[in-house]
Design a protein around this ligand. Sequence first.
Ligand code: NI
Length: 169
Amino acid sequence: MIRPILKLGAPELEKVCTPVTDFDEDLRNLVRDMFETMYAAPGVGLAAPQIGVDLRLIVMDVRGGEEEGHQIVMANPEIAYQEGRQREEEGCLSIPDFTAVVERPYLVKVSGQDIDGNRYETVGEGILARAFCHEIDHINGVLYIDRISAFRRDLIRRKIRKLMKAGEW
Ligand code: NI
């Protein structure tokens, strides 16, 4: 089921989420909905709080579903190691129609749990490192605009306030 994606301004997007403890059928259904919602958007990553669910859970597919075998599900993800730097344009499904250049590590080692609760570790480079950082930020209540200059952030916030007033957000 495609779920509505919360937009900037929703309080759910600004809180530190609760760890996943129940690796059950409900979690499977939630993950299925998250992929469906992400692909429909379309996007390459989604965190549970973006659909209003208070859980440390992320899904990603940097190929956008165009190829099999790129789906990533991680519960309780943590960045264990990071290296290098990259500066690229970044967007977010919760801040539609805006982008900004964000600095991220070039490589991250991430540890967490799969959908059955098994611990695993993976390494992401380039766009995958960027996606992991972006989604892990979400479960900590952080948005990419929190990582850009105050000037750029205020510009985006001002434009969004205008859209809100016009009922277009
Ligand atoms: Ni996002």
